[in-house]
Design a protein around this ligand. Structure first.
Ligand SMILES: Nc1ncnc2c1ncn2[C@@H]1O[C@H](COP(=O)(O)OP(=O)(O)O)[C@@H](O)[C@H]1O
Ligand SMILES: [Mg+2]
Length: 269
């Protein structure tokens, strides 16, 4: 069953002006429970705008959005946020820097348990410690450390725990490793896969790393000019190389690959 259904979503910014931009041009997509979709596409393709539409950052011009069987097209963003976890490129976003790791996790957890977060009880604390220990970053012994003092990678790892601790229906990752150095990015990607597999949360992950897009997850979507131009899974995806995907990009987008070489980094380690 589809956990998320997007039906012909459209969004044009600044319509009728010189700055008119058709950012989403008829997006139709079903995301099944347990799917882990990676999303690629050049700068300005509409990837982040797609996430904004799903989260309700703006009203879409046309189309409908259904989450777990419920039409959320007109639901305000703060209500959707209970069901949708989201991470950004900037590790500073999404956490309260002056609060401790434990307090941040309690804040995320109390959404589900509807508890007073100021009273972190022993049971919750033990649970947070257990989750942190699974990250294998030693953070279980630093639960009283302010989140603002953590490195970007540590912070993204804690953010991943926070955004999945209340059992969201959907997890949206918007280039959440792009600001990290390659080794840390790889580690956080590994943690991402572990958490997604363990929590079985339907996940959409935007990445500029085509290799990671093909190697991680169960399905890959390519966007260009507000449209989905490629959607692969199963055997077709399993047999695809980075070069195949780049060739498909130039064929489908009718653009020269050279123009996008900078935007599609395929870093090797
Ligand atoms: N709030 C906004 N107001 C005006 N234009 C926007 C807004 N958000 C995105 N856009 C434009 O929509 C297009 C798609 O942007 P975006 O979704 O951020 O691309 P990306 O695929 O790189 O994430 C870009 O041309 C961007 O400038
Ligand atoms: Mg973006």
């Amino acid at each position: 069953m589809a956990i998320l259904q997007l039906n012909d979503i459209r969004k044009t910014f600044h319509p009728g002006t010189v700055n008119e931009k058709r950012a989403l041009d008829g997006i139709t997509l079903d995301v099944d429970a347990g799917e882990f979709i990676t999303i690629i596409g050049s700068n300005g393709a509409g990837k982040s705008t797609l996430f904004n539409a799903i989260c309700g950052s703006f009203a879409v011009d046309a189309g409908s959005i259904t989450l777990d069987g419920r039409d959320i097209t007109d639901m305000p963003d703060y209500k959707r946020s209970y069901d949708i976890g989201r991470l950004f490129q900037d590790p500073m976003k999404g956490t309260a820097p002056h609060m401790t790791i434990e307090e941040n996790m309690a804040l995320a957890y109390c959404r589900k348990a509807s508890k007073s977060f100021f009273a972190v009880n022993k049971k919750d604390s033990a649970y947070f410690r257990e989750l942190l220990a699974q990250l294998d970053l030693g953070l279980e012994d630093r639960m009283k450390t302010k989140i603002g003092l953590l490195s970007g990678g540590q912070r993204q790892a804690v953010s991943l725990l926070m955004s999945t601790i209340s059992d969201p229906k959907l997890l949206l990752l918007d280039e959440h490793t792009a600001a990290l150095d390659p080794a840390t990015a790889k580690k956080v990607l590994g943690i991402t896969v572990d958490i997604v597999e363990k929590t079985k949360t339907a996940t959409m992950m935007i990445t500029h790393d085509i290799r990671a897009a093909l190697e991680l997850g169960t399905r890959t979507i390519m966007m260009d000019e507000g449209k989905i131009i490629l959607d692969i899974k199963g055997e077709e995806r399993a047999g695809m190389t980075v070069d195949d995907l780049l060739n498909l990009y130039s064929r489908e987008s009718k653009k020269q690959l050279a123009n996008d070489r900078m935007l599609f980094s395929t870093q090797k380690e």
